[in-house]
Design a protein around this ligand. Structure first.
Ligand SMILES: Nc1nc2c(ncn2[C@@H]2O[C@H](COP(=O)(O)OP(=O)(O)OP(=O)(O)O)[C@@H](O)[C@H]2O)c(=O)[nH]1
Ligand SMILES: [Mg+2]
Length: 270
């Protein structure tokens, strides 16, 4: 990550706009102050809150607005999965990115913590430009686990004016001071599984589901008496039984995957 930070710092010197991607479920916890500290003063910035399809939208947008009341940094929400505001993002880029020299084109950088959807956003932008979307050159590599992007790579997203984006590896704060922030990052798959005890992460997920009164898990895992629980061991036992899993570790995995993919309901964690 240190090496990536150094590369980022250098690349930022050839960047016109920095687009910071955060996870709409954890707008505050997915901010990376160390990454933002690398930005040259006065650099044009935008924050996008991706995966809005996974949150109760009204509540999340209210909390996100509060975060920006003082900073005045432009922002909006996004979902690449549901194609929400991708055109708005293109419009923003078109308006703000005016290349100094037409031949060089404008350069953007997409950055943020791991697994928030940076590379997927680049691919969504590329697919909107027919000439680029139909080329054989493959897009940015994406995946459901953190740290898929390993190096800074440039992609063309627009032909006229020529506009390019640096895709960057996800950067996590080296020392997370607040343990709850660590749990939330783990729950949203921004840090690798296993770094935080899975039982703690699952327990927090269950607490959040109950707090939001999202009880889809009761039916999905066939809980005894058709009743919700706040006992993580009872829940994991039900997951294991319902899914026919041999090992407890697979129950953790199954439950977390369901939670992360939104199959158990929409939640907001910050
Ligand atoms: N539900 C939902 N999932 C999304 C959305 N955008 C991206 N994803 C998923 O999030 C996961 C991570 O996407 P990537 O684009 O690889 O994320 P990244 O930020 O580039 O990740 P790193 O390169 O590992 O830092 C993938 O499984 C995507 O399909 C979205 O709007 N909604
Ligand atoms: Mg990536």
């Amino acid at each position: 990550m240190r090496k990536a930070m150094r590369t980022l710092e250098k690349t930022l010197k050839q960047t016109d706009i920095f687009i910071e991607v955060r996870d709409a479920r954890i707008p505050k916890s997915s901010e990376n102050a160390e990454l933002l500290a690398l930005l040259p003063p006065g650099m044009k910035r935008l924050v996008v809150y991706n995966k809005i399809d996974l949150v109760p939208e009204k509540l999340a947008l209210l909390e996100i607005k509060k975060l920006h009341d003082e900073t005045k940094v432009p922002y909006f929400h996004l979902s690449t999965k549901k194609n929400v505001n991708i055109n708005k993002l293109l419009g923003f880029i078109q308006e703000k990115a005016n290349p100094q020299f037409k031949t060089v084109g404008a350069w953007l950088m997409v950055g943020g913590v791991p697994n928030v959807g940076k590379s997927t956003i680049i691919n969504s932008l590329r697919s909107k430009e027919t000439e680029i979307g139909h080329t054989k050159k493959s897009g940015a590599k994406t995946g459901g686990v953190p740290c898929i992007t390993k190096s800074v790579t440039g992609f063309k997203i627009k032909m006229d004016p020529p506009t390019y984006v640096h895709d960057t590896p996800g950067i996590i704060i080296p020392k997370i001071e607040d343990p709850l922030v660590g749990v939330k990052l783990s729950l949203c798959n921004c840090i690798r599984d296993g770094i935080i005890e899975p039982e703690i992460v699952c327990d927090y997920a269950l607490y959040i589901l109950n707090k939001h009164r999202q009880f889809a898990y009761v039916k999905r895992y066939n809980l005894p008496g058709n009743l919700p629980t706040d006992e993580i061991h009872d829940l994991l036992f039900a997951v294991q039984k319902r899914m026919g899993l041999q090992e407890k570790a697979s129950a953790y995995e199954n439950f977390l995957t369901d939670f992360r993919d939104g199959r158990l309901g929409k939640v907001f964690l910050d």
